[in-house]
Design a protein around this ligand. Structure first.
Ligand code: ZN
Length: 116
């Protein structure tokens, strides 16, 4: 995992969850900003830190971090959230290139893909 320092990250949920910011929609991604990714992931795992992640946790939905933009700040977080096209470039759901800000790091898919 990545150490301390500010970054923007994207989480993919294994199945969609009701979108707390849109009663008619559902969400399968969460984009967030933090200065300490590890601490933030602990919060999310415990169902803290955001309403959406709390709902995901309460419904027992598995999730994983799929992209990290190290050094990116709140402006980049806002830009990504405004795009509304997240599923098209999520490394798991989509086929388009991940948007660039500085260097994006694609977090490798975990074990379920035939590890030897
Ligand atoms: Zn996805």
């Amino acid at each position: 995992m990545i150490g301390k320092g500010k970054c923007v990250y994207m989480i993919h949920f294994d199945r969609p969850v009701g979108d707390v910011s849109n009663p008619h929609g559902s969400a399968q991604h969460y984009i967030g900003y933090t200065t300490d990714l590890e601490a933030r992931m602990k919060e999310h795992r415990a169902g803290n830190g955001s309403k959406l992640m709390a709902a995901v946790s309460a419904q027992g939905i598995a999730w994983r971090v799929v992209v990290v933009w190290p050094g990116a700040g709140r402006d980049w977080e806002r830009q990504l959230k405004r795009r509304k096209d997240t599923p098209r470039w999520c490394p798991i759901c989509g086929q388009q290139e991940v948007p660039h800000s500085e260097e994006a790091i694609l977090v490798e898919k975990e074990s379920e893909d035939n590890e030897q």
